[in-house]
Design a protein around this ligand. Structure first.
Ligand SMILES: NC(=O)c1ccc[n+]([C@@H]2O[C@H](COP(=O)([O-])OP(=O)(O)OC[C@H]3O[C@@H](n4cnc5c(N)ncnc54)[C@H](OP(=O)(O)O)[C@@H]3O)[C@@H](O)[C@H]2O)c1
Length: 334
């Protein structure tokens, strides 16, 4: 493999910063990393002990890269990505734009690495909540088939990026000090001392954008287009890591013991046979933590479980870096 030249668009954001840390930790063999954002800034991000300049994102500035991670810049537009792809540059893209295109795979390496093919250049990274959900559902699918999933989510403020975290922090500080709280801007209602049952805009049928993404992308990642999937997505005043309360109906009868064994074998899963696990416990972890697995009724097809995972890592940055590692392992990067 030639010396690998990588770009990171959105290096100053919540996902971009996590990408820098994950690239360092996993010792991905990069020859050069260049950081990009909406504008030029000197010495703005840290990577491998050095401060890197951040440059404004243009097609020209990215032209000498072999691979570009996108963690921001949804306004760049589709043509921006297709132009880079036409030049042979791999675009590993956290934006939602391409995720549901039939011709593009939605790779979660533990689940569907086989979907990656040599000709793919635009590689979308799925919605963070959907990635965590798909990992938690894959062992159930493989054990007894999956007919239906109903999920209620408890999503952290950092899911809305740096601005979301700041709004939560400012609201909590104002409440603690008895100061006047600023009106909500990032979230549809103030998040401090609250939960907010809306993530994204509502469509004509009353579903939020996040609920639609979670349902559609989970089906695609699991390769189950006929899965009945219903999501209710809720923002909670947690800094990092999403949690999900999941109810499933399987195709065939199974048992808690068989599902437990499947979870214990599954890559990317940390199964907790006893007790609970909370978002604070899993900050910085690359695994999806599954707990409280239980059966409902006697026919062996209805189960409930809880999962939580760091959405900035496995839900975004780690999954993106794993896709790069897959490209390297397959020998696609020359
Ligand atoms: N947060 C999560 O948990 C999460 C999970 C999965 C996927 N995602 C997706 O990942 C992306 C980044 O999210 P985030 O939470 O990290 O957001 P964020 O904290 O708001 O950061 C946004 C980043 O995008 C950059 N940016 C904005 N406009 C740009 C433009 N026109 N050209 C180039 N760069 C631009 C910003 O750079 P400046 O500092 O220069 O403005 C900043 O680095 C989004 O597409 C989001 O949907 C987020």
């Amino acid at each position: 493999m030639n010396a690998l030249r990588v770009g990171l668009v959105g290096a100053t954001g919540a996902v971009g910063e996590t990408l820098l840390r994950v690239l360092e930790e996993r010792r991905v063999p990069l020859a050069h990393l260049a950081a990009f954002g909406s504008r030029d800034r000197e010495a703005a991000v840290r990577y491998r002990g050095a401060m890197l300049d951040v440059r404004a994102t243009t097609g020209e500035a990215l032209a000498d890269r072999d691979v570009v991670f996108f963690a921001g810049g949804e306004s760049l537009g589709e043509a921006f990505f297709t132009d880079l792809a036409a030049r042979g540059i791999y675009c590993i893209d956290n934006n939602p734009t391409f995720r549901l295109r039939d011709e593009m795979p939605l790779i979660v390496p533990e689940i569907n690495a086989a979907a990656l093919e040599a000709q793919h250049r635009i590689l979308p990274v799925g919605n963070c909540t959907a990635i965590l959900l798909s990992l938690a559902l894959a062992p159930i699918r493989d054990t007894a088939g999956l007919r239906e999933v109903v999920v209620s989510t408890y999503q952290a403020a950092s899911g809305a990026g740096r601005a979301g975290l700041e709004e939560l922090d400012n609201g909590q500080r104002a409440l603690a000090l008895g100061d006047r709280e600023e009106p909500a801007v990032v979230f549809p209602a103030q998040l401090a001392r609250n939960v907010v049952p809306q993530i994204g805009g509502f469509d004509a049928d009353g579903w939020s954008g996040e609920e639609r993404k979670v349902a559609a992308e989970t089906k695609k990642m699991l390769g189950l287009p006929n899965l009945e999937a219903i999501a209710t997505c809720v923002r909670v005043p947690v800094r990092t890591a999403h949690a999900e309360a999941i109810v499933v109906r399987t195709e065939r009868p199974t048992t808690v013991a068989l599902l437990q064994a499947a979870f214990e074998r599954a890559p990317g899963i940390h199964f907790h046979a006893e007790g609970i696990v909370t978002p604070r416990d899993v900050e910085g972890s690359d695994e999806v933590h599954v707990a409280r697995l239980r059966a409902e009724g006697n026919d062996g097809t209805r189960f409930a479980l809880w999962c939580t995972g760091d959405q900035l890592r496995k839900g975004a940055a780690t999954n993106a870096v794993q896709i790069l590692e897959l490209l390297i392992a397959r020998g696609y990067l020359r």
